[in-house]
Design a protein around this ligand. Structure first.
Ligand SMILES: C[S@@+](CC[C@H](N)C(=O)[O-])C[C@H]1O[C@@H](n2cnc3c(N)ncnc32)[C@H](O)[C@@H]1O
Length: 573
């Protein structure tokens, strides 16, 4: 086939798939999408696949499984968005599905290894590549799945502890145990454990430590079972485990739990500090993210291609060149509160000619960000520890300032916003993310109850709260919180419900702030389904930036900004 004919075939399939979406035939659209991906994995085909998966279309089909694994590993989007469809497919496998059902029916009552896995379950689970891809790349957000993993972890641990003298090894068990350990590290050991398990891990820790101290090999199954409860780096002389962990699946586990944290410790030692951090709330908030850096991402989406900065201003924000802050694409970008680097890496890949300064209070978050940045070979980001409240002293100006999910954690968000505004060149653009009062009503009520009942914001307090939410009657009205992705890892749950400081905004209040700061609202960064619904209700180009219309839209659709208000605004010249 000539190139032209091949391209025409791909365009035709793409059009057909989107027509089927528009006609409300998602299953047929998915079939067309699979054919499209088989012809060529273009960015458009991947985006269509992600759209279909996100909107709940799934097929129990080996090609869809294969593309889900690819989408999780590359990844083609934020990996959390692929979890519901992946878990549904995993459950549709007969053997795996039965294990999950047995766990769901029994939880919180434990099951023996035999009763949980049956005769074939462990082998089926260990060889399920989609399950492995989920467990190694993102928190597996789903209650029945968590119940299954919790009971599976216990059964595997007790099996290892019962046979500490025999050193027997089972490859399926080892593979599955390593996958659970990778998941537990990603979710920062958020799952509850029983006293029986605590005693078991203690015995295991003793046995492993003895082996390490005596320079004797540690069986892989022991290390994997231990790593399901604590990171391997918490063992004394953990580097000595390396000799016994050179083959898959142990090599990946050792990298995750020993090598990568060691590299982060090295980066931490060389971090530059740009400003003092002396504000009381900044210190409190900084301590939170020092203990629990957030978000704990593993893989960063690569689907948005690179873009010249001025093309972004013109095509995505609709700005006239006369209103740009600069005449070339080498924009100076400030990322204020960059967290663990997902945002800075995305921005750096998007605008390769930009010079990016990314700052945060938390050295642990910055070290994570720096390791990831180096692994992904992204070169245009400078990281530094700094407090937004003291940034005036850095003596630099910026064309683009991103501050998403940060200002609402300051004691006085507007004071921080004013400082960032003062660093913006005339005509420069800000991307701001702020919590919505309307969208977070239930979360705010849960925060109050958590505070009143005195759960601490420690890992233990968070585990206790999560268990009570599921089992205690008083928490019944809040059970829908378990549908949120952040519920499924410790730093996410702390950020969502246990934060040291949280303000929430309304759109009229944001309008007042923009007026005071001499910023012109440009547009919301919302997904295409919200854009379409809004455009149907408020058609026309002008309505896109009309905050009065958006205020009414939010009243009618209170969940719209559950993530947060995330918008662009331009500084007046
Ligand atoms: C919810 S995280 C968001 C991270 C990142 N913007 C993102 O969207 O992935 C909030 C981050 O803001 C940082 N932060 C909060 N107050 C800050 C301040 N006053 N100065 C600098 N960073 C701050 C925290 O340390 C934390 O890493």
């Amino acid at each position: 086939m000539t190139q032209k004919r091949a391209d025409r075939k791909i365009d035709g399939l793409n059009d057909l798939a989107w027509t089927l979406v528009a006609e409300g035939k998602p299953v047929d659209a998915m079939k067309a999408c699979v054919r499209l991906l088989q012809a060529k994995e273009t960015p458009a085909a991947k985006a269509l696949f992600v759209h279909l998966v996100k909107t709940g279309t799934s097929l129990d089909n080996r090609f869809v499984r294969q593309y889900l694994i690819r989408a999780l590993s590359d990844p083609w989007c934020r990996t959390g968005q692929l979890v519901p469809a992946s878990l549904a497919l995993i459950k549709s496998n007969r053997e795996a599905g039965r294990c999950i059902e047995r766990a769901a029916a029994s939880w919180p009552t434990p099951l023996s290894k035999e009763d949980l896995f049956g005769a074939e379950g462990l082998a089926a689970l260990a060889s399920d590549e989609l399950l492995g891809a989920v467990l190694e790349s993102t928190p597996a957000a789903g209650l029945d799945f968590e119940h299954f993993l919790t009971l599976a972890r216990r059964a595997l641990l007790l099996d290892v502890v019962a046979s500490l003298s025999s050193e027997k090894s089972d490859s399926a068990l080892l593979r599955f145990c390593c996958a659970i350990a990778r998941q537990c590290f990603i979710n920062e050991y958020v799952y509850n454990c029983t006293t029986e398990e605590i005693d078991g891990v203690d015995a295991l820790r003793g046995a492993i430590s003895e082996r390490i101290a005596g320079a004797m090999p540690v069986p892989g199954g022991w290390a994997a079972a231990f790593a399901c409860y604590f990171p391997l780096s918490s063992l004394p002389d953990c580097q000595r485990l390396s000799g016994a962990m050179t083959q898959p699946p142990l090599v990946g586990l050792f990298a995750q739990q020993v090598r990568e944290p060691a590299r982060e410790a090295d980066y931490r030692a060389t971090l530059q500090r740009l400003t003092p951090i002396d504000d009381a709330i900044s210190r409190l908030v900084g301590d939170q993210y020092e203990e629990h850096p957030y978000p704990r991402w593993v893989r960063s989406p690569s689907i948005d291609g690179a873009l010249p900065y001025r093309a972004f201003l013109a095509n995505e924000l609709g700005l006239e060149p006369a209103r740009f802050s600069r005449r070339d694409d080498t924009a100076d970008v400030l990322i204020a509160g960059c967290g663990t680097g997902q945002q800075s890496i995305q921005t750096a890949r998007r605008f390769p000619a930009a010079r990016i300064l990314a700052v945060d209070l938390s050295a642990a978050s910055l070290a994570y960000a720096k390791r990831k940045t180096q692994e992904l070979r992204v070169g245009n980001i400078e990281y530094a520890q700094a407090d937004i409240l003291r940034l005036e002293s850095v003596g630099r100006m910026f064309d683009f300032v991103q501050c998403v999910g940060v200002l609402h954690h300051l004691d006085d968000p507007l004071a921080g916003w004013r400082i960032l505004r003062s660093l913006l060149r005339p005509g420069g653009v800000m991307q701001i993310g702020l919590y919505s009062e309307i969208a977070r009503r239930e979360i705010a009520a849960a925060r109050e109850l958590i505070a009143a009942l005195g759960y601490g914001s420690t890992t233990e307090g968070i585990r206790r709260f999560r268990l009570d939410l599921q089992l205690v009657d008083r928490w019944r009205p809040f059970r829908s919180l378990a549908a949120l992705e952040d519920f499924y890892d410790t730093s996410g749950c702390r950020d969502l419900l246990f934060h040291a400081r949280e303000h929430r905004f309304t759109l009229p209040r944001i309008k007042e702030c923009l007026a005071e700061l001499e910023l012109d609202f440009l547009k919301f960064n919302v997904d295409s389904t919200v854009q379409q619904r809004y455009a149907l209700r408020y058609p026309g180009e002008l309505a896109r930036a009309d905050l009065n219309c958006w205020t009414q839209f939010e009243v009618d659709n209170p969940g719209t900004f559950l993530g947060m208000y995330n918008f662009y605004a331009q500084g007046r010249a």
